[in-house]
Write a protein that binds this ligand. Sequence first.
Ligand code: GLN
Length: 305
Amino acid sequence: MADYNKLLEEIVQEIKPIIGEGKVAGYIPALAKIDPQKFGVTISTINGNTFSIGDVNEKFSVQSISKVFTLTLAFSKLGEEIWSRVGREPSGNAFNSLVQLEYERGIPRNPFINAGAIVITDILISLLDDPYAELLDFIRLLSGSEDIRYDAKVAQSERENGFTNAALVNFLKSHHNIKNDVEKVLDVYFHHCSITMTTNELSKSFLYLSNHGCIPKSKHNILTKSQAKRINALMLTCGTYDEAGDFAYLVGMPGKSGVGGGIAAIIPNELSIAVWCPALNKKGNSLAGMKALELFTTKTGMSIF
Ligand code: GLN
């Protein structure tokens, strides 16, 4: 069994000078107050080992990483049918971009840009009796932790400032790609983005994606082997928005980022890894987090390629 403790220490030493470099997401005022010096990494292996360093027990806003959980839930319930309402191509545009949606007539490029995630949220609202409770239960199952909650302040803060997301949902509605009330869709979307988790919980909650759709500890089948492979393909091509090319080039793992500064990534059949450092680069991905993942794959020689 690999001992990743020494490796994590080495990574922290090398990363130290750039921790705090970049900008904390200021467009959600509740997130603007987070200390940019926070940094944590957790590795969870499919055979049950955990290695961690830094602020790994501190909750942070997972933001767009939650889009992996909503997509998984919708995909597990509806299968390939979801692709009639959202595409599977990288967008090459910012995560909250409006332009593409207009000339592609209300079909978002992929489920990880905001427009696509909003459509997935709408699908879940139609499928679930209580989307708020059922989504939390689902993430509790994935992470093996009962302590998974919404952060009402962050959801409220995003609601008060979420004019671009409001524009997206209204535009989607005008193209009949939203079936439910737009206010309800936004509220569920902002809530799932506001979920707080630690890197320990987050890395555990991604293990089903390194293990062909099955949670290694509980043996719970979340997705079929083929569906898990497909979510990984989407994370690789679309999980870090218009930086997905560089993420594949520099890191070489399927991964998903969020503007809370978290990134979760996996190596099939081996492990999952979650990093958190709140200061973001220009594409909205954690600057030090991305570098830490790059160092991880460079030093271990691990890569999906
Ligand atoms: N809640 C954020 C938004 O909709 C999520 C964006 C992100 O994490 N990239 O703008």
